[in-house]
Design a protein around this ligand. Structure first.
Ligand code: FES
Length: 105
């Protein structure tokens, strides 16, 4: 399956689902611009912010406490904002779309 990343200017980029990897890992290994993952998935940089389409939100699990703190500092936070390093991808996410913010921290 695939997950689609849509940049702020509307360009979409598909990435293959690799079960057990984080959404940030599949984005960076597919060269998705706008997902940097500077801290390597430690929930400490905020450079992996994505906005999940609301109908997919329930599949992505709960926002953790550390993640919540990082998101509070994220200027473009929306109701369905997540840090993609904190989302483990599964085949159930086939067809999911996430948006990228205009500016990544
Ligand atoms: Fe740093 Fe997600 S990669 S917070």
């Amino acid at each position: 399956g695939t997950i689609t990343f849509v940049s702020h200017d509307g360009e979409s980029h598909e990435a293959d689902i690799v079960e057990g990897q984080s959404l940030m890992q599949i984005a960076t290994s597919n060269g998705v611009a706008g997902i940097d993952g500077d801290c390597g998935g430690e929930c400490a940089c905020g450079t992996c912010h994505v906005i999940v389409e609301s109908n997919w939100m329930s599949l992505t699990g709960k926002t953790g406490e550390d993640e919540e703190q990082m998101l509070e500092m994220t200027p473009e936070r929306e109701a369905t904002s997540r840090l993609s390093c904190q989302i483990e991808v599964t085949e159930a996410m086939d067809g999911m779309t996430v948006k990228l913010p205009e500016y990544q921290m």
